[in-house]
Design a protein around this ligand. Structure first.
Ligand SMILES: [Zn+2]
Length: 343
């Protein structure tokens, strides 16, 4: 199928349409903005990405408190808090940032004001030091940039996590257990997964998404595959991704298959001695080839050219800017991509 020339927003709408039409597997169902009870006491909420740039959230109700998965933007947090409160009278005691991106961590202050401690892998703090220097006494970073575009960000303030884990951290009340894991570099250098071992439910953040939402600029495409394979080894039954609908293990398998196919196509270019200019010129050809593979076609969207370039660079190639043709548009962060997708 030849791809129509759509802007990123239309790509998302098309992708969402394709996903909703393809909702055959029983569990791959849901509705943006509607809380879904995955199992009793465990909830999933698909954020309004297309219009508001919101990420997905999860929450787990323990005996005495609630653990929220992902900080979202401040507006996303404010939208989901009443929905959480409608499911339990327990206090929201912890909010877990799956990674440092604005749509997953800029709502930290909002959760803090609810009484929550912000939890994350140590790598989230390292990424914040890199991309949010103002938080550590330096100049403006991504937050300040985003605050010029989003009112909810401008009205709030950036708050770093204060409970950090090196590789694992468990929440366990004797009945319910949630383990936070870091399996390696993926979408960023600090991607945490939330894992319910008894129920085999995995919250992945943006290390695994269900649709054309893979921003690759802050991670590493080779290590990303290894990290997803480590997550796959848990043998999860239900996947709650960072963006897109929840579903079964097929979401993780499709995400892995997409990266493998992308890496393989780009590495063919490298092996055959192509230049950066030629690699850039191959983008449409690779896209057409991958679009023929039904399970992974839905991962192809407005960021495809920058994904090819990232893999090319990960394989040792020069950025496409060094090519003599016009440089690709290179988003700096999820937040920037999402801002572009917002009307
Ligand atoms: Zn992200």
């Amino acid at each position: 199928m030849k791809s129509p020339n759509l802007d990123p927003q239309s790509w998302v709408l098309v992708a969402l349409g394709v996903i909703s039409m393809a909702c055959v597997p029983l569990r791959t169902v849901g509705e943006v903005g509607k809380a879904q009870e995955v199992i009793p006491g465990v909830w999933f909420h698909e954020g309004d990405l297309g219009r508001k740039g919101h990420c997905n959230n999860g929450w787990v109700i323990f005996k005495d408190y609630i653990l929220v998965i992902d900080g979202n933007f401040p507006g996303g947090a404010l939208e989901v808090i009443p929905k959480i409160k409608a499911t339990s009278a327990n206090p929201i005691r912890f909010a877990f940032d799956t990674h440092h991106h604005g749509d997953h961590a800029y709502g930290n202050q909002t959760w803090f004001e609810q009484g929550a401690t912000i939890v994350a892998h140590q790598g989230v703090m390292d990424e914040l030091r890199k991309y949010e220097p103002a938080l550590f006494g330096g100049g403006p970073g991504r937050w300040e940039d985003e605050a010029t575009k989003r009112e909810d960000v401008a009205r709030s303030k950036l708050r770093a996590p204060s409970l950090l884990f090196p590789k694992e951290l468990a929440f366990d009340d004797g009945k319910r257990r949630v383990e936070l894991h870091w399996f390696g570099v993926a979408h960023t250098h600090g991607d945490g997964f939330a894992w319910l071992p008894k129920e085999r439910i995995l919250f992945t953040g943006d290390a695994c998404v269900n649709g054309p939402y893979n921003y690759m600029g802050d991670g590493n495409s080779a290590q990303w595959i290894q990290t997803l394979e480590a997550a796959r080894a848990l043998n999860p039954k239900i996947i709650c991704p960072g963006h897109g609908l929840m579903g079964g293990i097929e979401i993780l398998d499709n995400q892995l298959a997409y990266f493998k196919a992308l890496r393989s196509a780009v590495s063919d270019l490298a092996v055959s001695g192509k230049t950066a200019v030629q690699a850039k010129e191959s983008v449409d050809g690779i896209k057409a080839k991958l679009q023929q593979q039904e399970p992974i076609a839905k991962y192809i969207g407005g960021m495809f050219a920058s994904q090819v370039e990232k893999v090319w660079v990960d394989l040792g190639g020069k950025p496409f800017e060094s090519a003599t043709v016009a440089p690709a548009t290179r988003p700096k962060s999820d937040a920037e991509v999402l801002a572009k997708l917002s009307p």
